[in-house]
Design a protein. Structure first.
Length: 216
C-alpha cells in the first residue's frame, strides 16, 4: 500500500465513494462515524492522512483536528465539510488543517491531492517532534538545532518512538522491533533509554510494569 487514510464521516454514501477511489489507487482506508471512534482509532495506529467532516453526531471535526495536530502534527489533515464559506475555510486552516475541500467535492480531485501528499511524504526523510528532528537518510538527530551523537541502536530506538508518539510501547514490543528479541528480560533497553535521557531527550516516560511512552 502507498499509504493509510482515516476518514471521519457519518455519511456512508460519501465514505463509499471515497473508499472506491482511494483503494483503486492502492491506498488503505479506515472509516469512523463519530469523533470518539476516530480518536480511539488514531491512538492505536497513526494514518498518513486524515479526512475530517466537521458536523458529526457527537461533536465537531474541528475539535478532532486540534487534538490530532496537538499529538500527531505530521498527520496531514484535510477538512471535508458542507460549511464552505470563506470564513469557514479560513477558520479550519487557522486551526491547523492542511487543506479544506467544501462539499460537494470531486472524489478524483481529493484522490489527486492525497496522492500528492503521499509523494511529498515519501520524499521527506525527516521526522519532527517538537524540538527534536531525526533524519532517516543521514541518521542525524538534532535537539533544539544541536546535533546529538547516537549509536545505531539508539537511533533506531528513538526513531521507533518518534514514529509512535503518545503510544505506550511494551518492553517486548521494543525488544522485538529494535533487537529482534521475541521476549525476555534484559537491561539493554533500559540502558539505551537512560542514554537517550542523558542526551537531553526528556519526553521518554516510563510506564511502570508495561514499558515506555514518547510524549510530544
Amino acid at each position: 500500500m502507498k499509504g493509510t487514510v482515516y476518514v471521519l464521516e457519518d455519511d456512508q454514501s460519501i465514505c463509499g465513494l471515497i473508499r472506491v477511489s482511494l483503494e483503486l489507487n492502492g491506498l488503505q482506508l479506515k472509516t469512523f462515524s463519530t469523533c470518539k471512534e476516530f480518536l480511539e482509532g488514531i491512538q492505536e495506529a497513526r494514518p498518513d492522512v486524515a479526512l475530517l467532516d466537521i458536523m458529526l453526531p457527537d461533536g465537531s471535526g474541528l475539535e478532532v483536528l486540534k487534538a490530532v495536530k496537538a499529538r500527531y502534527p505530521d498527520v496531514w489533515c484535510i477538512m471535508l465539510s458542507a460549511l464552505g464559506k470563506e470564513e469557514d475555510r479560513v477558520n479550519g486552516l487557522n486551526l491547523g488543517a492542511d487543506d479544506y475541500m467544501p462539499k460537494p467535492f470531486s472524489v478524483l480531485e481529493l484522490t489527486a491531492r492525497i496522492n500528492g501528499v503521499m509523494r511529498r511524504k515519501a520524499k521527506s526523510a525527516q521526522i519532527v517532534c517538537g524540538n527534536l528532528t531525526l533524519d532517516e537518510e543521514t541518521m542525524q538527530v538534532t535537539l533544539n538545532g544541536t546535533p546529538l551523537t547516537l549509536n545505531r541502536k539508539e537511533f533506531e530506538l528513538l526513531r521507533f518512538f518518534m514514529k509512535n508518539p503518545g503510544k505506550v510501547l511494551t518492553r517486548d514490543t521494543l525488544l522485538t522491533e529494535i533487537w529482534g528479541y521475541e521476549s525476555g528480560e534484559t537491561r539493554t533497553l533500559d540502558n539505551h533509554i537512560a542514554r537517550l535521557r542523558k542526551l537531553g531527550i526528556g519526553n521518554l516516560e516510563t510506564v511502570f510494569g508495561v514499558g515506555y511512552k514518547f510524549n510530544l
